[in-house]
Design a protein. Structure first.
Lengths: 265, 299
């Protein structure tokens, strides 16, 4: 469960470029819920995710994960509770390390890292079994460097890595934005499967309204650092992209949507 | 090249292999260009020599030297991590400061160790000539360090350190305390360089405050030569590459200096080193360019 209470984030405070990125966001996500987050460029989606992950520390308000106040925790400490997949496949993995080394790194998330071998026989076997589930034939390439994989393969492995340490919260930061449509479809299907199998509380930031409605059980729209729309259940089931656009326009006081990228995809 | 010159080159190559391993840790594993080694190498020599003159056990003196080097590494890491000074500049500051520190440690610019017991003393007079004993003893130390370091870098802690150097953002998202790993890696790296300094003082019979100049370039040369002759991905072989690179580099220099036809003298060493490293850095780029041109020509 994630409880966010009135968080504020400002970048470059006191400079001409000051940006009030989050202006009082409240959100409670019950355990096991899959929330999609949508919003135009600069709406604060990524900042919000960063605030949950610990990359950005909220200057006001509080964040609790499973009842623990993590507002002041830095990223490495929060990583014990939160798994993450980045937008850029290059950012989310160590390209110079092998696939199994990347997996070992992720499997130790939230644990003390000692001087025992990172890759013992039983762990290697476990990694091989897990990666075979992806159905990409990667179980025979565990010794290959991560950099040799395609963007889609890397995102698939990143998703798998997110489940290795057994944390219950998954943050997805536009993790299919850098992929071609076919591969994005595959990675999204995999996302749905992994979230269901592991019953993860999930927050997925996306640029596409279609994806936001097709995946998950609740959709939240951010605009100028605030939540302007929060739909779930039947209300959401009856929604289509045009409806969502109309709702969005209403929330913004009749303003037209100027960000084309929201409509495409 | 005479036999004595050959063994001398191997010996100095093995001593500097420890520097190469340290440089590999900072430059390659942590991606932290660290010039502290120009100060921590003579620091190791100074601490070791001073303790030997005071009658301390040679092994304890050598370990103390390594510890002193680790402290120097921690200073650089603190300047960079805690106070956000650019890594290169942070290491230069420590290096400059160490010059004064080393003078203080020794109380004078150099210390002779002619009559002192060293880690080598028990092995002299076992039947082998001295110029063979020295590289052998250093070889044992280097082999031990390579094995330990390889074991360390393959551990969970070591893997997290490698991830810190490759992709710090990802490492943090995986729960790695990247700052802590930079401290640990820098301490280890400079500890190795100081240990090299301690062995240098004991094999050569003196410690001198100026021996540090160019240490970083020599270490880097060894790492690059090693990567060229032994391109390996497995940790152990990458480390062995550093050692092999260091020895090959010394033999090449010895060859260049002893070939009268070229007309080089010992004082040209640093120039030769710098040219060698520059060439080693430029060559791969040229090869890439040539390859892409060839590809274009095929089209």
């Amino acid at each position: 469960m994630i409880t966010v209470n009135g968080i504020h984030v400002t970048f470059g405070r006191g400079t001409p470029l000051e940006k009030h990125a989050l202006r009082g966001v409240d959100l409670t996500i019950p355990e096991g819920q899959f929330v999609t987050v949508i919003g135009s460029n600069g709406a604060g989606k990524s900042t919000f995710l960063g605030a949950l992950a610990g990359d950005v520390i909220a200057e006001e308000g509080s964040i609790a994960i499973d009842g623990v106040d993590v507002t002041r925790w830095a990223t490495p400490k929060r990583a014990a509770l939160v798994a993450r997949v980045f937008q850029d496949p290059m950012v989310g993995s160590c390209t110079a390390l092998t696939i199994e080394e990347n997996m070992a790194l992720a499997a130790a998330r939230g644990r003390r890292r000692g001087l025992g071998f990172a890759l013992r026989g039983d762990r290697r076997r476990h990694f091989r079994e897990r990666i075979a589930e992806l159905g990409l034939g990667l179980e025979n390439r565990l010794h290959d460097r991560m950099g040799l994989l395609s963007g889609g393969q890397r995102q698939a492995v990143s998703l798998l890595m997110a489940t290795l340490a057994g944390s219950k919260i998954l943050l997805l930061d536009e993790h299919t934005a850098a992929l071609d449509p076919g591969t994005a479809e595959f990675v999204l299907g995999l996302t749905r499967r992994i979230v269901e199998e592991n019953r993860l509380t999930t927050l997925m930031v996306t640029h596409s309204m279609r994806q936001a409605l097709d995946y998950g059980d609740r959709t939240v729209m951010l605009h100028e650092g605030r939540i302007v729309l929060d739909v779930s259940g039947e209300q959401r089931a009856g929604l289509d992209v045009p409806h969502l656009l109309a709702l969005f326009a209403k929330q913004r006081g009749g303003e037209d949507i100027t960000d084309d990228s929201l409509l495409i995809g | 090249m005479s036999e004595i010159a050959f063994f001398g080159a191997v010996e100095i190559g093995l001593v500097y292999a420890l520097v190469a391993l340290g440089v590999y840790l900072s430059f390659r594993v942590l991606d932290f260009p660290d010039l502290t080694v120009d100060g921590s190498f003579p620091l190791g020599a100074a601490v070791c020599a001073t303790l030997l003159v005071a009658g301390v056990n040679p092994w304890i003196a050598s370990l103390s030297a390594a510890l002193a080097g680790s402290m120097a590494g921690l200073v650089t890491a603190t300047l960079n991590v805690r106070f956000k000074i650019l890594h290169l500049l942070a290491s230069i500051l420590t290096m400059i400061a160490l010059f004064s520190v080393n003078l203080r440690v020794m109380g004078r610019p150099n210390v002779a160790l002619l009559m002192q017991d060293t880690v080598l003393t028990p092995f002299y007079g076992l039947g082998l000539p001295d110029h063979v004993v020295r590289p052998l003893v250093v070889l044992v130390v280097v082999v031990a360090v390579v094995l330990l370091l390889s074991r360390f870098l393959n551990s969970e802690f070591g893997l997290a350190m490698r991830a810190t150097g490759v992709n710090a953002r990802m490492a943090r998202a995986q729960g790695v305390q990247t700052d802590f790993h930079i401290y640990a890696g820098m301490a280890l790296s400079n500890g190795l360089c100081a240990l090299a300094g301690a062995l240098f003082a004991q094999t050569n019979g003196f410690a001198d405050v100026t021996t540090g100049i160019g240490t970083i370039v020599v270490g880097l040369a060894a790492v690059i030569v090693g990567e060229t002759v032994l391109p390996a991905r497995a940790m152990l072989w990458a480390l062995v590459g550093c050692v092999v690179g260091s020895i090959l580099y010394r033999l090449a220099v010895q060859l260049a200096l002893s070939a009268d036809a070229i007309g080089l003298q010992a004082s040209d060493l640093n120039l030769v080193t710098a040219v060698l490293v520059a060439v080693a850095l430029i060559l791969p780029r040229m090869r890439l360019k040539a390859a892409s041109k060839k590809r274009e020509a095929v089209r």
